[in-house]
Design a protein around this ligand. Sequence first.
Ligand SMILES: Cc1cc2nc3c(=O)[nH]c(=O)nc-3n(C[C@H](O)[C@H](O)[C@H](O)COP(=O)(O)OP(=O)(O)OC[C@H]3O[C@@H](n4cnc5c(N)ncnc54)[C@H](O)[C@@H]3O)c2cc1C
Length: 380
Amino acid sequence: MTTTAEATKTHDVVIVGAGIAGLALTRELHRRGISVVALEQRQQLIDAGLAINLPGNAVAALRELGLGEELKQFGFPINRREYRSSRGRLLFKIDEAAFWGKDHTPRCMRRSDLATMLAKDIPEDTIWHRRTVTSAVASDESIRVTTAAGERLSGKYLVGADGVHSTVRKLCFPDDGKSVAELGHSSWRFIATNPGIDCWSVWMGEKAIVLLIPVTPQEVYCWATVTSDVSSAEGPAALLRHTEGFPVEPRRVLEEALSEPKSILVSPLNEIRLLQWSHKRAFLIGDAAHATAPVWAQGAALALEDSLVLAQLISEIDDPHRISDEFHRLRQQRVRHVRMMTDRASKIARLPGYLRNIMMPLLGPLSYKRTYAPLKSRRP
Ligand SMILES: Cc1cc2nc3c(=O)[nH]c(=O)nc-3n(C[C@H](O)[C@H](O)[C@H](O)COP(=O)(O)OP(=O)(O)OC[C@H]3O[C@@H](n4cnc5c(N)ncnc54)[C@H](O)[C@@H]3O)c2cc1C
């Protein structure tokens, strides 16, 4: 008789990580009748307390995953964006509901609700929690994975959906060493009492940016950052200093959060730039493959789309090289586009405040349209 640690379990696809990408891929493979297991190091799914902004293409992907009704239940519709100066002057606004259309209006929701939605209908024994993958090998014939507890799994395909610091990337991809870049400054995230915000609202100052998005009429999700010349080591208190003169709404939210600093999540910003997302029978999806700064909130959308595309290819093609070629053909152009638009927006954000305020009313709406219009349809 063998113990669990000694036996090797075999599945068609072994996924490392059950974040947004891993859950979506597990869901779609299961729906297509492919034997799959996802190994997740955490006990719980995704950062329970925090929220996520889902632009129209993320909404479209969730609908394709069969979650249209759940979206309506959990996601707060974001009909409008407003970009403001640090003093509250409206620089420009975007009618997001009109841009994306009724079915794909952006939504904001708690990450834990997104995880619950994605995990719905996946059999419990398909996602193994508290399993840290410590060893992974992908050859031309098969893949093998070992967890910290000594469990061994084998299969046809290995998918690294294990985020920015991907173990699969480190162990199976020869180029990994060159791919990770930590961006100069940190950002902070939390949920607070809604001070009366009904749309996506950002205030951009000389040294700090504060974004508020309603999660419910009573709560807002806040993402705030300081410019790269302010030391992140100062911590979130730097936000209060550098937002003096901001309007009452962002100030009130920051003050509430700083009165309970434990509720604030510090988020380093990382980028992954990797040319190849497959090696032998291993694939990378989501942040593990192409994390970008969250300027256009495309992380979840790209992760969901990767999952839909890879699941379809795995279920329809029985050759890793052809799957790889098709996966790159279908995904690279889109990821390149997001990265290019992220770099452009980051440059605008770094302009001196007075210049940015002059240019934003002209450049902002154009930039929004140039970024999101090509993302409205998933096919290249
Ligand atoms: C500050 C900030 C704000 C953001 N805001 C938005 C936003 O509003 N909208 C948006 O779309 N995107 C946003 N993003 C990006 C988004 O969060 C990511 O793109 C998205 O979470 C990527 O999902 P993922 O599943 O690829 O990776 P992750 O969410 O990182 O999931 C990886 C999973 O793998 C697990 N794991 C890692 N290593 C192992 C291992 N060895 N063994 C087992 N399990 C492992 C982890 O525990 C984790 O659950 C933001 C990012 C940041 C930093």
